[in-house]
Design a binder for this molecule. Structure first.
Ligand SMILES: [Zn+2]
Length: 378
């Protein structure tokens, strides 16, 4: 049987397949009473079976590549679609034909109304995370392009992380990371593995070496290792189950796994965000004080009072009033006129909020109410 599989594998263009793909495969053996015709059919069945085993095993090994996402349109992880086109692009899911959909991290956050996304648009961006379940990742993907041997069970996108993995400060290059929990099926055997896309492991190791054990780089390394361990534990739990034999089995397994994988990935998201929020708290607070000192609140109220009606907007998610001031200055107020924060946006980021409907013109009745509230607070 090994020889048959080897021959089939060579015929399909693979060599050196893992021999363990044969473990537990049941080979139907005829009773030998059917004559030549039956024997011929058995041989054909056997060949089909062997061919199926080889392609599913090979699919599993081919599709997995650390740092890349499997492109189901091209059927592998080596094409140009398998990696983010820019360091700040993240994996948002699959397009209908199986091509990975890479999206600018900041735009993904706006689209999905991620809490705290405003922090991405200041001079020294903070770090936020977005968690996307597999059902979202593959919602557009057509069944004919689905790969039963490679399924994204969960994705977590985190950014904008300092490219040098040093504590957050101004002027650093920024990257975004896509961390995927992938279900791989090889020869009917399922396993869940963590894939970090957009992560330069050499840079991370280098930074960890420089910073010591309490620096952000080492903390990121430990968090990733702990997550990989938790997913490995979930994989171990699958070891004694029956083989996964078809797409239906895989669908059921993905649904079931989401319940265990989701919490692991959500924890990964909050742990990573905490690394870059916590390391620099003291300076961050100091700078915020300095910033509010250099731009007194009265400037925000001045902008609010002189703003024409069309510069008053409602944030549909936070239910706050946005005052679009001069030079990209935007002030966030509560509806009763308390200043929440001020941010500066470039034109594209400002327009993105309008286009996506997060910011809408303030209704006439709300405009007069807001103006009264502002004048009371001056
Ligand atoms: Zn491709």
């Amino acid at each position: 049987m090994s020889e048959l599989l080897d021959a089939v594998a060579r015929g399909q263009g693979y060599s050196n397949l893992d021999p363990s793909i044969l473990d537990g495969v049941t080979i139907p053996v005829g009773h030998g009473l059917g004559g030549a015709e039956q024997a011929g059919k058995s041989a054909a069945d056997l060949l089909n079976l062997a061919s199926g085993i080889v392609s599913s095993a090979a699919a599993g090994t081919d599709n997995w590549k650390s740092g890349s996402v499997c492109c189901m349109q091209c059927g592998g992880s080596d094409c140009v679609h398998a990696m983010p086109p820019s360091p700040t692009d993240v994996f948002a899911g699959y397009l209908a034909t199986g091509k990975p959909n890479w999206v600018d991290f900041a735009h993904l956050c706006i689209d999905r109304h991620v809490e705290g996304f405003e922090t991405l648009f200041v001079q020294r961006p903070g770090v936020v995370g977005v968690s996307i379940p597999g059902s979202d990742i593959e919602s557009e993907l057509l069944d004919s392009f689905r790969d039963a041997a490679y399924r994204v069970v969960w994705a977590v996108n985190v950014g904008l992380v300092p490219a040098d993995f040093e504590p957050v400060r101004s002027g650093q290059d920024r990257i975004a990371l896509s961390l995927l929990a992938v279900l791989l099926v090889r020869g009917g055997r399922p396993a869940v593995r963590l894939n970090a896309v957009g992560l330069d492991t050499d840079a991370l190791d280098h930074a960890a070496g420089n910073q010591g054990s309490r620096g952000p780089a080492e903390r990121v390394r430990r968090i990733l290792a702990a997550t990989a361990g938790r997913l490995e534990a979930i994989s171990s739990g699958l070891r004694h189950e029956a083989r996964v034999t078809g797409p239906e089995d895989v669908n059921r397994l993905v649904d079931r796994l989401a319940g265990g994988v989701g919490p692991v990935m959500n924890r990964l998201r909050s742990d990573l965000v905490a690394v870059f929020q916590g390391v620099d708290d003291r300076t961050r607070h100091g700078e915020q004080r300095a910033r509010s000192g250099s731009r007194p609140t009265s400037a925000a109220f001045g902008d609010a009072e002189s703003a024409p009606d069309e510069s008053l907007l409602m944030d549909m998610v936070e239910r706050t009033v946005i005052v679009a001031g001069p030079r990209g200055r935007c002030h966030v107020f509560t509806t009763d006129g308390r200043l929440v924060t001020s941010i500066t946006l470039n034109d594209g980021d400002f327009q993105a909020r309008i286009v996506h409907g997060r910011w809408r013109p303030l209704k006439e009745s709300d405009i007069s109410q807001f103006r009264q509230a502002i004048s009371r607070r001056r």
